[in-house]
Design a protein around this ligand. Structure first.
Ligand code: NAP
Ligand code: GDD
Length: 348
């Protein structure tokens, strides 16, 4: 009999990659989507076109009764809890909703499994995050944050995720649930939302190359992120749930790069050379013809920033046999090439 997997946040970046991976592995795939989507809803139709094999269920992470009904109807072998308010900048603007969805929503999902009497049979994956490390001067990554590093979240999102992380561990310890947390560092790709910096840059570079945009406005250009490819990371999620025992694992590349570096590589991908002039809010990225292509807009600064994220994936590599395939230049290339195809007039 095929295993049944329930994926919350199936409409998001990771949800799409994971649904395909599970389907390819022979799972029956069920996905939680929120809102009043009927079969005729354009967004629902688009999702069904993309993943015709997945059965979509309407439920909000805030709604314990709907989640419980979904779990009882499906009887999943594995639940992947990917749904969240996931944008760090937005979480400062809507911290209460972020706490409810990204934090308490995890408890709702765990309770839906427990109330359905499946806590001993259904395996659970929680999408934890490197944002939980955050970091201040005493908490620098050194050779990379690992599973034993100290947490110091720097955003309402990071704080909410830390609750989700610990409540998952608590259900593991209290009820013997096979519940694992993947502490994932940033992962990107062609399915990344345009509100995140990598996709914002790859989209803008494609448009600048095609002449439909002149300049991109960004916030902090000097923060550093450990960026991998989302397609590699969903494989790690699945591997966590195939282990005999539940545990927590860092997935990361072990490299960190600035936003500036991402910009330079992305412009380089379309044959443009970016050089920098000015400082702080007056910083500008200029192309080979002297045209300003990158500007700083303080509107995109955050009240508290995570200056550097660098992960150490040794445990996942040793125990899960996980390894990322796509490197940093490869990631930038695939994103820019994708957006060039998408933005090209012929693509429509
Ligand atoms: P994403 O693209 O933002 O997807 C999140 C999904 O959650 C969206 O489909 C969204 O639905 C859904 N959602 C939001 N609020 C909901 C609610 N109240 N009820 C039900 N669904 C709701 O995020 P992602 O990049 O795929 O990330 C997946 C998970 O991994 C998230 O939990 C994120 O915090 C975590 N994570 C991501 C990264 C990364 O670098 N991508 C790193 C570490 C951890 P709509 O489509 O309707 O908005
Ligand atoms: N979004 C955005 N937009 N970020 C910008 C911009 C901009 O215009 N300009 C500079 N940045 C900087 C941010 O200040 C941050 O330092 C960095 O770019 C990355 O921002 P995001 O791409 O929004 O990602 P994130 O690191 O804050 O959060 C992502 O990764 C986390 C894992 O570390 C999200 O996917 C989270 O859900 C995830 O948990």
């Amino acid at each position: 009999m095929a295993k049944k997997a329930l994926v919350t946040g199936i409409a998001g970046q990771d949800g799409g990659h994971l649904a395909k991976l599970l389907h390819d592995k022979g799972y029956e795939v069920y996905g939680v989507v929120r809102g009043q989507m009927e079969a005729s809803h354009p967004r629902y139709k688009k999702l069904k076109e993309e993943m015709p094999y997945a059965e979509l269920i309407m439920a909000d992470l805030l709604d314990l009764s709907a989640l419980t009904r979904a779990v009882q109807a499906i009887g999943p072998d594995e639940v992947y809890n990917l749904a969240a308010i996931s944008h760090v900048g937005y979480s400062f603007r809507d911290p209460v909703l972020t706490a409810d969805v990204t934090g308490k929503g995890v408890l709702n999902m765990l309770e839906a499994i427990r109330l359905s009497g499946l806590e001993k049979t259904c395996r659970f994956y929680q999408a934890s995050t490197s944002e939980m490390f955050g970091g201040l001067d005493y908490n620098r990554p050194g050779d990379g944050y690992d599973e034993d590093s100290q947490f110091h979240p720097r955003s309402p999102y990071g704080v909410a995720k830390l609750y989700g992380h610990w409540i998952t561990k608590n259900y593991r310890e209290s009820y013997g649930m096979h519940a694992s947390c993947g502490i994932l560092f940033n992962h990107e790709g062609d399915r990344r939302g345009p509100e995140f910096v990598t996709r914002k840059i790859s989209q803008a570079v494609a448009r600048i190359k095609l002449g439909t945009q002149d300049v991109i406005e960004l916030g902090n250009l000097d923060s550093k992120r450990d960026w991998g490819y989302a397609g590699d990371y969903v494989e790690g999620m699945w591997r966590m749930l195939q282990q005999d025992k539940p545990d927590d694992y860092v997935l990361a590349t072990g490299e960190t790069h600035t936003i500036r570096e991402f910009c330079e590589l992305a412009f380089g991908q379309v044959g443009m050379t970016l050089t920098w002039r000015g400082a702080d809010e007056k910083t500008e990225g200029v192309d080979q013809d002297g045209v300003v292509r990158v500007k700083v807009n303080p509107e995109f600064y955050r009240p508290a920033e995570v200056d550097i994220l660098l992960g150490n994936p040794t445990k996942a590599e040793k125990v899960l046999g996980w390894k990322r395939e796509v490197d940093f230049p490869g990631l930038v290339k695939l994103m820019v090439e994708h957006d060039l195809r998408l933005e090209s007039p012929r693509a429509v």
